[in-house]
Design a protein around this ligand. Structure first.
Ligand code: SF4
Ligand code: SF4
Length: 176
């Protein structure tokens, strides 16, 4: 398989695709903010597929404006009060993931709940602002397994030692 070489780094085509996908996703967030939340409606089938793995957009439209307010608040808080979190931004070429990197993190010995549960902890879904896809009553993520979930911080949580420490997560610990 071919690869592109930037100085001493080799970037594989798959990683370039991941980077392109992330840049496109960030661009959609910016356009959506500038259009006061209307852009997600313009690309409704894609929006539903991106967040919910489902092209039936009419089922999910109630979340589109919730996401607009969520993304606005999230960016505002990061840039105004939590600038240290900017350093934890994922590299654009990171692969999509549905679990933390086992080379870096493991479940703590004290963890007594099932591995697919976090009990009533929601810290990694609320540490900047409460995620609009968090269903607290049902104790679940409404976009679990979606492209949004896999390509950004959710599926791979914790994505870094800094974010693990910041969330004071009791489930995972760093391997070293
Ligand atoms: S895991 Fe789900 S509910 Fe939690 S922050 Fe991610 S998308 Fe939101
Ligand atoms: S901070 Fe840790 S224990 Fe809490 S919800 Fe996130 S992964 Fe689960």
């Amino acid at each position: 398989m071919g690869a592109i070489i930037f100085s001493d780094k080799i970037i594989k085509p798959r990683a370039l695709w991941w980077a392109f996908f992330r840049i496109m996703s960030y661009s959609i967030v910016v356009i959506n903010l500038l259009s006061f939340g209307l852009f997600l409606y313009v690309i409704a089938p894609y929006t539903s597929y991106f967040f919910f793995n489902d092209l039936r957009f009419w089922k999910y439209m109630k979340f589109y404006h919730k996401y607009y307010f969520y993304s606005f608040t999230y960016l505002y808080r990061i840039l105004s009060r939590k600038k240290e979190l900017v350093k934890t931004l994922l590299p654009l070429t990171s692969p999509p993931m549905d679990h933390p990197d086992p080379a870096l993190f493991r479940i703590t010995k004290e963890w007594h709940l099932p591995l697919d549960s976090c009990g009533d902890c929601h810290r990694c879904c609320t540490f900047v602002t409460k995620c609009c896809f968090l269903d607290e009553a049902g104790n679940k993520c409404l976009c679990y397994g979606s492209l949004f979930w896999k390509f950004f911080n959710c599926g791979r949580f914790p994505s870094s030692r800094a974010i693990l420490d910041y969330c004071k997560c009791k489930k995972y610990e760093a391997n070293i």
